[in-house]
Design a protein around this ligand. Structure first.
Ligand code: ATP
Ligand code: MG
Length: 242
C-alpha cells in the first residue's frame, strides 16, 4: 500500500498581525497532484494563509508541513530553496529589468543553471522569449504574471502558491493564464491558488476551499461546494464579484 504524503499541509493554524487574530484553527491539505483553490470574500484571510504557508507570517500556533516535514518557522528564502515557491499578491517582477535579467536573478536551487532556467521559461511561455529584451514593467499584466510564474517554476518547486493572478486582467487573459496553470499542475507541480472570481476557481480547481472570517467553511470538489460558495458570497458585505 502506498501512503500518500500531502505536498503541503496546514494543521490547526492560528495567525494574525500583532494582536489581531486573523486565522482561527485552520486546516488545509494540498495533495501531491492537482489544483486547490482558496476562495472567500475580501479580508477572509486568504493571503494570510499563503503568507503562513510560505513562511512570511509565523503562526501563533499550529504547523506547516511540506511533503510531510514540519517547516513551521522557516524563512521564505529557505522554504523556496526546499521547494515551496510563491507568487504573492501584486506582480512580483522587477519592472526596471529586462525579462531575461528578471529570469537570471531567480536561480534559487543549487545546481540550477541560468541557461536551463531561460530555456524552461521560454518553452512554457513562448511569449516571454519574443519579449526577452523588453523591460518587465512594459509587459502586459498577463505577461508579467507569466514571468512571475516562470521565476517560481525555475526552482522546480514541490508546490506553487499563486495569489490572485487574475487581478486586473481581462477575462480572456485570465482564461489563458489559467490554462497555463492547468498545464503546470498536469505536468506534476501541485498548485494552491487564491482567486477572487468564484466562477473561475470552480472551473479550474480540483478542490475548492471556502473561507470567511479566518475559518475554512467548506472544502470539496467544485460540484460539492458550488452551492455553499454562492451562499458564502451572498452573505459577504460588500458583495464581491462572482
Ligand atoms: N500586514 C497586515 N497588518 C495588519 N493587518 C493585516 C495585514 N494584512 C492583512 N491584515 C488583515 O488581516 C485580515 C485578512 O487579510 P488577508 O489579506 O489575508 O485577506 P484576503 O482574504 O486575502 O482578502 P483580499 O481578497 O482582499 O485579498 C484583514 O482584516 C486585513 O485587514
Ligand atoms: Mg488577498
Amino acid at each position: 500500500m502506498t501512503v500518500l504524503t500531502a505536498a503541503l499541509e496546514l494543521r490547526g493554524v492560528n495567525a494574525g498581525y500583532g494582536k489581531v487574530a486573523v486565522l482561527h484553527d485552520v486546516d488545509l491539505v494540498v495533495p501531491e497532484r492537482g489544483i486547490v483553490a482558496l476562495l472567500g470574500p475580501n479580508g477572509a484571510g486568504k493571503s494570510t494563509m499563503l503568507r503562513v504557508a510560505s513562511g512570511r507570517t509565523e503562526p501563533t500556533s499550529g504547523a506547516v508541513y511540506l511533503r510531510g516535514t514540519d517547516v513551521t518557522g522557516r524563512s521564505p528564502e529557505r522554504l523556496a530553496r526546499t521547494g515551496l515557491c510563491s507568487v504573492p499578491e501584486g506582480r512580483a517582477v522587477f519592472p526596471n529589468l529586462s525579462v531575461v535579467d528578471n529570469l537570471r536573478m531567480w536561480t534559487y536551487r543549487p545546481g540550477v543553471k541560468r541557461k536551463d532556467v531561460e530555456e524552461q521559461a521560454y518553452a512554457r511561455f513562448p511569449r516571454l522569449k519574443e519579449r526577452r529584451r523588453q523591460l518587465a514593467g512594459k509587459l502586459s499584466g498577463g505577461e508579467q504574471q507569466m514571468l512571475a510564474m516562470s521565476r517560481a517554476l525555475t526552482a522546480n518547486p514541490d508546490v506553487l502558491l499563486l495569489d490572485e493572478i487574475s487581478m486586473g486582467l481581462a477575462p480572456v487573459v485570465t482564461a489563458e493564464l489559467f490554462a497555463l496553470v492547468r498545464q503546470i499542475a498536469d505536468d506534476g507541480t501541485p498548485v494552491l491558488l487564491v482567486e477572487q472570481f468564484a466562477r473561475t476557481a470552480l472551473e479550474v480547481a480540483d478542490t475548492v476551499a471556502v473561507m470567511s472570517q479566518g475559518r475554512i467553511r467548506v472544502t470539496g470538489s467544485p460540484d460539492e461546494v458550488r452551492d455553499s460558495v454562492l451562499e458564502t458570497y451572498l452573505h459577504a458585505h460588500p458583495a464581491p464579484p462572482v
